[in-house]
Design a protein around this ligand. Sequence first.
Ligand SMILES: Cc1cc2nc3c(=O)[nH]c(=O)nc-3n(C[C@H](O)[C@H](O)[C@H](O)COP(=O)(O)O)c2cc1C
Length: 206
Amino acid sequence: MELAQAIENRISIRSFSAGSIPKETLREIIRRAGMAPSINNSQPWKFLVITRKELLRQMAAAVSESLNKLPVKDSEDVNRAFLSRIEWYSTFFEDAPAVIALLMKPYESQLEKGTGITHDEITRMRNHPDMQTAGAAIQNILLSAVDFGLGACWMSAPLVAQQELEKLLEVKEPWRLITFVAMGRPFGKPARKTRKTVDEILTFID
Ligand SMILES: Cc1cc2nc3c(=O)[nH]c(=O)nc-3n(C[C@H](O)[C@H](O)[C@H](O)COP(=O)(O)O)c2cc1C
């Protein structure tokens, strides 16, 4: 598939048909994730591909539990329907044939080694190059999913239960759980969301 077509066709898919994704396909998708640029070519990532139903169920339960513990503002906007919508957008991965978890370890820059600037200061100064690196890898995953006729959704909402999820997935230091992608064959065809026009987002500086 042409890259432009994959970019145009990609939308977030949150409902999936039954049926697993071949391991070879998942492997190739992760290989392509690893082709993404990373800060100083540190490639500070690992990917878990989770297809075990019981584990996905436990993960979703941990997310729901964490959400239910959050202090809730008593207002008209924040009602039961609102909260259950958030819960659904945070836990629908439970029904995905595959869920990819991105793990990363902290990147140690040359500047950090050679100066008195701390890791946190450099990270702030460089606008979180670790997270920028994560974004590049995830976009490769999303576009590759389209290329294989699959649908996917990037998911950061489950991270409300980061500690519990790291325990369930046996993530050990220095690795941290960064984000998820739920993936499978699309069920239905959600409407494409609108986008700003190019004129609204572009400034040439000649
Ligand atoms: C960093 C990031 C985190 C996201 N987390 C979630 C999530 O937890 N749950 C969800 O349903 N969608 C999540 N999304 C998907 C966005 O809602 C979606 O990309 C956006 O609404 C645009 O829709 P589109 O992807 O169909 O173009 C996330 C997207 C990004 C970039």
